[in-house]
Structures are given as structure tokens and as C-alpha cells.
Design a protein around this ligand. Sequence first.
Ligand SMILES: NC(=O)c1ccc[n+]([C@@H]2O[C@H](COP(=O)([O-])OP(=O)(O)OC[C@H]3O[C@@H](n4cnc5c(N)ncnc54)[C@H](OP(=O)(O)O)[C@@H]3O)[C@@H](O)[C@H]2O)c1
Length: 281
Amino acid sequence: MTRFGVVRVPGTELSISRLGLGAARLFAGRELRSSAKIVEAALLAGVTHFDTAPSYACGESEVALGELLAGHAGTTITTKIGAYGAIPKKTANAVAYRTLLRPALAAFPALKASLLRLRASMPRAQSIPKAQHILLRSQVTESVERSLQRLRRDTIDILLVHEPAEVLLSDALEQVLIDLVRQRLIKAYGLGYGGPVDAINPFGAVLQCAAEASDRERSPQTNTLRIVHGVLRSPMNAGRDIASLTARARLERALLSIHNGAVIFSASSAAQVNQVALNRI
Ligand SMILES: NC(=O)c1ccc[n+]([C@@H]2O[C@H](COP(=O)([O-])OP(=O)(O)OC[C@H]3O[C@@H](n4cnc5c(N)ncnc54)[C@H](OP(=O)(O)O)[C@@H]3O)[C@@H](O)[C@H]2O)c1
């Protein structure tokens, strides 16, 4: 039992902590030490669920979690299939931003908020929706085998179809996932959206998507575990009442809003994890 409480994935014996850490910013290699500080802070605060994907952190996130959670019994991991795309390379500029500029900006939140507002106001190239593609059995099983190797585990707790709008959610794909559960290579499966999701056809027992102000009016579902993300990143898109809240208050509010569900957040330093999660009663 963690101090955030746990939620059960419907139809399974699997429970995860209600507050989870997103590992999209956890790098391995020369940045493993800073990733280790973030993961240790999360574990110390009582967070035992972690969310990753083969494409996160230029492909290094799963490797980092595999190394850092080895020997930590009771931790659970979500990873994903699909949305592989081209994994960006670790450029010197990107590393310098992560290791120098971002921590410096975190110390000046007002300046950081102004820069983010400026960036948000700049015109952006319109993203063209990608055509739906078929995920073949061989692609899914190869991806799961590689994830298990990188994560150093025998079983993946939750496997999500990453950005499902780009994937054909067929009966054949669901059968592949059911077979993986039968083989005990995964414990549960579902869908992982980057944006908000209202209603969709059921696919598995987990629905992960962006948090919304309307989450608090949503009645809990009995057959699907809802996991939300994006609670800290989007205060500028939210109403004034939310934008003025501290990061910790925003997470607390999200945990209260999402009945019988879970919230994942990410952080780029141990200090940020401590601010939102440590000594929570
Ligand atoms: N398709 C999917 O299933 C999907 C899609 C998107 C995300 N996700 C998952 O959700 C996780 C979280 O998503 P997210 O990173 O977009 O959202 P988020 O948790 O809302 O935002 C994280 C950012 O908030 C800032 N932050 C963290 N702690 C803070 C603090 N104490 N004070 C002030 N600012 C703080 C940091 O920004 P700075 O780094 O700039 O300091 C951090 O990187 C991801 O890591 C990923 O695992 C899944």
C-alpha cells in the first residue's frame, strides 16, 4: 500500500499506485545519474507505478527504468506498442538544454511561464493526422520482447496501444493482446492517448489520456481504469483557477477529480518530485 492509495485494473489481480511517474524524460547513458535521482525521489515519496514507451527519451527511457527499478519489488510499469516513428537523436543542444538551461529556468518560474506563453503564441505548422496503420502480430510480439529485455522483467504490467487514433484497433490486434495475457507476458492492456478522450469503444481494461477539467463530473467506470496525464504541463490551457495553483495543488486536485483512477506526472528533477509528492498525507 502506498500513501497515495492503489487502484485495481478491472478484471485482473493487478493494482497500481494512484500517483505514477511518467518516464518520458528519463534518459540512460550519461544522464542515468540524473534519472536515478528522479526515480529515487519518486520511490521515497511512495510512487510505485511508472509509465514509459519504446520511443520515450530517444529510446532510452525503458533502459533507464530497467536499470533503476531492478530489485525494487512491488513496482509496476506501463509500456506501449505502436507510435514508434523516428526516434530523435540525442543532440548536444538537447543535452545542454536538459542538463543546464531547464534546471536554471525551473528556479525562475515567472520567467519560464513568460517564455512558455511566448512559445505558445508563435504560429506552428499544422500537424497532418497520420493514416491508420495495422499492427501485425509479429510487430507486437517483437516490440514486447524488446521492451521486456530493456525493462529487465518477465512480465509487463500494462501494455497500451500508443496513440491509438493512428492504429487500426481490430479484433485481430485484440486477440494478439489477449494471447500475450494468456502467455503471462503482459498482465493488462488498453489504449494510451496523448490528448483528452471522452467516449471510445472499449479496448482492454485501461484508458490513458490527458486530464480535463470535466474529469470531476465523470462517473467512475467499472470495467476500465482511467489514467490521466498532463496535469502539470497545461496550466496555461486551463481556467484561471487552475493556472494559479501550485504544481502540488494541481496534482492533489487531479487525484481528487479522477474517481477510482490514477494520475501520472513527469518531472525533470528530484526537487520537482519532492515538491509535488513528498510528505503527502
Ligand atoms: N500517449 C500517452 O499515453 C501519453 C501521452 C503523453 C504523456 N504520457 C505520459 O504522461 C507523463 C506526464 O506527461 P507530461 O510530462 O506531458 O505532463 P505533466 O506531468 O503535466 O508535465 C510535466 C512537467 O511539469 C513540470 N513540473 C513537474 N514538477 C513540477 C513542479 N514541482 N513545479 C513546477 N513544474 C513542475 C516539469 O516541466 P520542466 O521539465 O519544463 O521543468 C515537467 O516536465 C509522461 O512522462 C508520459 O509518461 C503518456
